[in-house]
Design a protein around this ligand. Structure first.
Ligand code: ADP
Ligand code: MG
Length: 433
C-alpha cells in the first residue's frame, strides 16, 4: 500500500542551541588488530582502541590474543550471514563478531541460500527501507542508543577490525597473503617493504556474549504454562518495556522472538540447605528468581523510510500479553525528560553520525533520512509515554517523520534549527488488536 505522506505538516521551532557532545568510544577505530595471520611489518602494531571503555577494550584484546594463539572463531550455524563466536584463550566464548562483508547481502556471505536468493529473485531481495550492507553499523548503533538512554538491554557492541583464517575471504585475498608471506620468508629485505602480510582485517560489529540466556521464544512458552512469581513478572514487564522502546526508536525490522534472549533462574534455596530442610526453610533462605533480557541481532534497523508494505516487518513482541499493559511509571521516569529534550535527541543523532560516517558507503543525505525516521519514532514514543499508552497502542499510532530543514546562509546550505513533521495516514499495524 502506498504511503500518503505529508497530509499534515507542522513546523517546530528549535530555539536552544545544540550542544553536541561526542563519545569517541563509538567511533570506528582506525587501528587494526594484531590477529593470528596479520602482522604489521613497518612500525609498531596498533590495536582496536577504546580508551574510554577499558572493560570493552579488554574483551577485544582477549579475542585478539586468542587469535594470536591459533584459537579460531566458530561460525554460527544459525542465521543467514557470517556470525562468529569469538573465544578467549581458555576457549570460552566472549563475543559475537559479524563482519560487514559477510552480511546477508555482503559479497563474502558464507551462507549460500542468501546468495541464491539474490541471484534468483533480485527484484525482491533485501529490505528496501534499509541501507544495504550496513548491518554492523546498525548493531553498534543499537548499542549506542541503548547506552545513551540507559536501557541496558543490548550487550555492548562496537565496531572492531579482526582477521582470522576462519573468516570467509576471497581466493584473491588468500593468494595475496600467501605470496607476501612466501616473499617475506624467502627474501626478507624485499618483504620488509610490505605494509603488512597476512589476511586483511575485516571490519564488523563485535558484541559481548551473554551467558546463561536462551531464545525469548523458549521462556515465553514456559511462562505461558507456568506463571512467574508476581515480583519477577513485574521485573520482566519493565525489561520488556525497554526492548519495546529500543525497537521502536531504532525501528527494528527484525525483532522476532529468536532475536532477543531471556535468562531466567527460578527461585532456589541458598546453598547449604538440604532437600529435607526446604519445607522448613525460612523465607530469608529463599533467593528471588533472577530474570534478565538481552536484545541481540540488531543489524536490520535504522531505516531511511518507514516500510511501505502494510504490516511489513512487525515487532513480534506486539502479540505478547505484556504488550497490552500500559507503560510503567518507571519507564516514564527514565525516558520522558530525555526524549522531550531536543538537545538530547540532537546529541543522539550526532553520536550516530560519528559512528555511521566511518562506513565507506556513507551518504549524508541518506543518514539525514534515517534520523528523520528516528526523530518521528521518538516523537510518537514520547506522546505514548505521556498518555500512559501500551506498546500495542504505540505501534498503532500513525507513523511520522521529523525532517531537519536546510537553510541557506550566503552560498552554503547548513542544517537549520527548524524541523518539519510529516504524518503518514497509512493503516496502522495490528489494527485487528
Ligand atoms: N551477544 C550474544 N550473547 C549470547 N548469545 C548470542 C549473542 N548474539 C548471538 N547469540 C546467539 O547466536 C545466535 C545467532 O545470533 P544472531 O545475532 O541472531 O545472528 P543472525 O544474524 O545470524 O540471526 C542467536 O540465536 C543466539 O543464540
Ligand atoms: Mg538472528
Amino acid at each position: 500500500m502506498e504511503e500518503e505522506k505529508s497530509d499534515r505538516t507542522k513546523i517546530i521551532d528549535r530555539h536552544e542551541s545544540v550542544n553536541g557532545s561526542i563519545d569517541s568510544n563509538t567511533t570506528v577505530s582506525s587501528h587494526v588488530n594484531k590477529a593470528v595471520d596479520y602482522e604489521s611489518i613497518s612500525g609498531p602494531i596498533t590495536y582496536n582502541n577504546f580508551p574510554k571503555d577499558p572493560d570493552f577494550a579488554a574483551v577485544v584484546r582477549e579475542a585478539e590474543l586468542a587469535l594470536d594463539h591459533g584459537i579460531v572463531p566458530k561460525l554460527s550455524s544459525k542465521g543467514t550471514s557470517g556470525c562468529y563466536f569469538m573465544q578467549d584463550q581458555e576457549k570460552k566464548i566472549i563475543a559475537v563478531f559479524k563482519p560487514k562483508d559477510e552480511e546477508p547481502y555482503g559479497h563474502l556471505n558464507p551462507k549460500w541460500t542468501k546468495w541464491m536468493h539474490k541471484l534468483c529473485c533480485p527484484c525482491c531481495f533485501g529490505r528496501s527501507c534499509l541501507v544495504p550492507n550496513q548491518g554492523y553499523l546498525s548493531e553498534a548503533g543499537a548499542s549506542l542508543v541503548d547506552q545513551k538512554l540507559g536501557l541496558n538491554v543490548v550487550p555492548k557492541t562496537k565496531v572492531v577490525r579482526l582477521a582470522s583464517e576462519t573468516f570467509n575471504y576471497s581466493a584473491i585475498d588468500r593468494a595475496k597473503a600467501r605470496t607476501k608471506r612466501n616473499i617475506y620468508n624467502r627474501v626478507p629485505s624485499v618483504g620488509r617493504h610490505f605494509n603488512r602480510i597476512g589476511l586483511p582485517p575485516k571490519i564488523g560489529s563485535f558484541q559481548l556474549f551473554v551467558n546463561g540466556y536462551k531464545d525469548a521464544d523458549y521462556w515465553l512458552r514456559r511462562f505461558d504454562s507456568e506463571a512467574l512469581p508476581e515480583s519477577t513478572a513485574k521485573k520482566f514487564q519493565h525489561l520488556f518495556e525497554r526492548v519495546v522502546v529500543l525497537d521502536y526508536i531504532i525501528r527494528n525490522t527484525d525483532r522476532g522472538n529468536d532475536n532477543w534472549l531471556i535468562k531466567y533462574e527460578p527461585a532456589s534455596t541458598k546453598a547449604g540447605s538440604s532437600q529435607g530442610d526446604i519445607e522448613d526453610a525460612e523465607w530469608s533462605m529463599v533467593e528471588n528468581p533472577e530474570i534478565a533480557v538481552a536484545a541481540i541481532d540488531n543489524g536490520l534497523a535504522f531505516p531511511f523510510k518507514h516500510p511501505d508494505e502494510w504490516r511489513a516487518y512487525p515487532y513480534h513482541w506486539a502479540w505478547l500479553p505484556q504488550a497490552k499493559v500500559p507503560f510503567s511509571t518507571e519507564i516514564q521516569e527514565l525516558l520522558l525528560d530525555q526524549l522531550s529534550d531536543m538537545n538530547f535527541v540532537q546529541d543522539l543523532c550526532d553520536d550516530l553520525y560519528d559512528l555511521f560516517k566511518c562506513d565507506k558507503g556513507f551518504d549524508r543525505h541518506t543518514f539525514e533520512k534515517q534520523m528523520s525516521v528516528m526523530r518521528g519514532q521518538i516523537l510518537n514514543l514520547t506522546q505514548a509515554l505521556k498518555d500512559g499508552r501500551s506498546p500495542v497502542q504505540l505501534v498503532q499510532m500513525p507513523v511520522v517523520t521529523v525532517e531537519r530543514n536546510k537553510s541557506t546562509v550566503g552560498r552554503t546550505r547548513a542544517d537549520s534549527e527548524i524541523f518539519t513533521q510529516s504524518f503518514s495516514h497509512r493503516a496502522p499495524f495490528f489494527s485487528w488488536c
